[in-house]
Write a protein that binds this ligand. Sequence first.
Ligand code: FMN
Length: 437
Amino acid sequence: MTRTADMTSRSTSDASPFPLALWTDAVYSRSAIPATLATGHPIAGQAAEELDPPLHGRRVPLASPTLRLSPPSHSPASLSDPALLAALLHYSYGLLQHDLTRGGWPLHRAVASARCRYPSELTLVTPTAAFRFDPLHHQLVKMDGEMTGHQAACPGAARFVVVTSRFARTQRLYGDYAPRLCAQEAGMLLGAVHLVAAALGLRTRPGQDQETLRGLCAGRLTALGEHPMGHLEILPSVHHPQDRAWPPPDLASVLRTRHSGAMLFDPEPAFAPGELAVDLGAALAAAPFTHFSCHVLVQRVAGLTPGHYVHSGDRLCQVGEGDPLAMLEQIGQSEGRVSMNFRSTACVAYIAVRRGEAVARYGADAFRRVHLVAGAAAHLLCVVAARHGLAARIHNGYDATTAERLLELAPDEETVLFQVAIGTPRPGAAFRVPVVF
Ligand SMILES: Cc1cc2nc3c(=O)[nH]c(=O)nc-3n(C[C@H](O)[C@H](O)[C@H](O)COP(=O)(O)O)c2cc1C
């Protein structure tokens, strides 16, 4: 039996879905990855149907999402506006592209997902009911509470957006490595909701607190091994200046074209525009959480000398000069091989968190918390890249210990959770068409 051949394996049976050993087995090494991953086949014995049941409940159609994301001109932004509600959900986690290439992964959503497994779920919680987003049908599914017609039972009355994760979807391929990928994606999704809400003029307060999260999820986890991951509180909206640097006015079209590049990340060795760095600075300054650091190894960005940059305030500041290729290839190793063509990237960003402090304070739950922080920032990097016509590839093929050393992170304290390579995509075989609801 492989180590993850049944779903009672360590990561789902533990009290915490994120056992402390995950730091060693899935971040500092990739020993949790089963050998079957290379074949692309699911682990034997993984029965998808029971572990990943379809959603049941009354279906509520959503309005067509708007083609632009901007605050309403005459009234405060509110989820009770059907077009705004639809836009928030669609551009945060909706189905945006259909890839017609044979043998590829056909369905692509607003956030990246390891091998397009999309383990996350998005739920709107009102004072009396909960509505789960079904991205494939662009609908909501009512989960609980009475359908009274009272305003509080309408999705527009939502006070919280909740992110949960059905580990089983990713576990089928990735075994015990899945909790890491699910935590990464949950953070990215939280960042996506925060970003799209801001573009629509909605204020949200992202939360990491476990008690609030458990309360919001009580009785609402629909599958075995579905885990509460994070939440955002919807706050009364305020006037947003139209001339702000971030989110950008063209966000909707940017999100519709965001992508992770070809199967093997091998971009054109072309210069990225200098505005990329300006946007990276502005986007990270507006990230929902602040306790992360972002290091960028720059090879080809107009106006920047090659070298090592660190995000500070709303800018990238240079801390080291010189061609970073050797560093990129030493960090970007998986199973003893360089994991992508770093010779032609424009730049590669690394998101790091203070793991030591977080574990001391929150124990096993630190894993979920720091991944929310880092994931939210990582999604912003992908969006900024897309805004400049570039592909951004989240790639877990990196050595966390080497990254710590070469990026000069605080020893035994800071850990890189995301490696994001950015480059100019080559024309490829993929043929993606936009999905319109
Ligand atoms: C958390 C996470 C980890 C990923 N790890 C890898 C990886 O190790 N190697 C790789 O080639 N792609 C990796 N990817 C890229 C995904 O496979 C890619 O995002 C997916 O195919 C969806 O494509 P799209 O973003 O263009 O829609 C990862 C993506 C995410 C979100």
